[in-house]
Design a protein around this ligand. Structure first.
Ligand SMILES: Nc1ncnc2c1ncn2[C@@H]1O[C@H](COP(=O)(O)OP(=O)(O)OP(=O)(O)O)[C@@H](O)[C@H]1O
Ligand SMILES: [Mg+2]
Length: 173
C-alpha cells in the first residue's frame, strides 16, 4: 500500500451489505465525518426513485459527480470523510476516485444468502428479493488495481470496523 494518508473512504457494496451501518461506525471510530451518498441525488432522481422507477446510468452520473465534488471539497479543506455509496460498477467508482490516491474504496464482501437474511430483518425498509439478485448481477467486484480494502461482513460491526482500520493502517484520533 502507498504511504498517502487517505482523506476519504468510500464504503461500497450491494444493498444490505451494511454500508450505512459500517460507514457510520467507522467514521465515529476515526473521528471523521460520515456522509450517506444517497443524500447527493439530484431532485429528479429522488422523484424517479419515489415513483418506483429504476435509475439509469445516465441518471447516476450527476449524482456520482456530486459525491466526487464533495470528496474534492472536503479533502481540499483538510476534512476527513467516510462516504457510504453502493458504487457497484467500476465506472461509478472511477468517477468517485478519479485517480486520487488519497481516496480509498472499502468493499463490504458477503454472500447473497447472508445479506438476504439481514435485509429480511431490517426495520423500516422494504426490499423485494429480486432487487438483491439484480444488485449481485450488477456488482463488479473491485480489482487489485483499485487497491480496495476488502472485508468480510460475516462478523460483528465492531469486528468489521477493526478489520478496516487495521488494513488501512489508520490510527484512530
Ligand atoms: N455486521 C453486521 N451484523 C449484523 N447486522 C448487520 C451488520 N451490518 C449491518 N447489519 C444490519 O443489516 C441491515 C443492512 O445494513 P445497512 O442498512 O447498513 O446496509 P446498506 O448497505 O446501507 O443498505 P442500503 O444500500 O439499502 O442503504 C441493517 O438492519 C443493519 O443493522
Ligand atoms: Mg444504506
Amino acid at each position: 500500500m502507498g504511504s498517502t494518508t487517505p482523506c476519504a473512504l468510500v464504503v461500497m457494496g450491494v444493498s444490505g451489505s451494511g454500508k450505512s451501518t459500517i460507514a457510520d461506525r467507522l467514521a465515529a471510530r476515526l473521528g471523521w465525518r460520515f456522509e450517506d451518498g444517497d443524500q447527493f441525488h439530484p431532485p429528479a432522481n429522488v422523484a424517479k426513485m419515489s415513483a418506483g422507477h429504476p435509475l439509469t446510468d445516465e441518471d447516476r452520473w450527476p449524482w456520482l459527480q456530486a459525491i466526487a465534488d464533495e470528496i474534492d471539497r472536503a479533502c481540499a479543506a483538510g476534512e476527513r470523510a467516510v462516504i457510504a455509496c453502493s458504487a457497484l460498477k467500476r465506472t461509478y467508482r472511477d468517477v468517485l476516485v478519479h485517480g486520487r490516491d488519497d481516496v480509498r474504496i472499502v468493499f463490504l464482501d458477503g454472500t447473497q444468502e447472508l445479506i438476504a437474511a439481514r435485509l429480511a430483518a431490517r426495520k423500516g425498509h422494504f426490499m423485494p428479493s429480486g432487487l438483491l439478485a439484480s444488485q449481485f448481477a450488477t456488482l463488479e467486484r473491485p480489482d487489485a488495481g483499485e487497491r480496495p480494502i476488502t472485508v468480510s461482513i460475516d462478523a460483528s460491526v465492531e469486528e468489521i470496523v477493526d478489520d478496516i482500520v487495521h488494513q488501512l493502517n489508520l490510527v484512530a484520533q
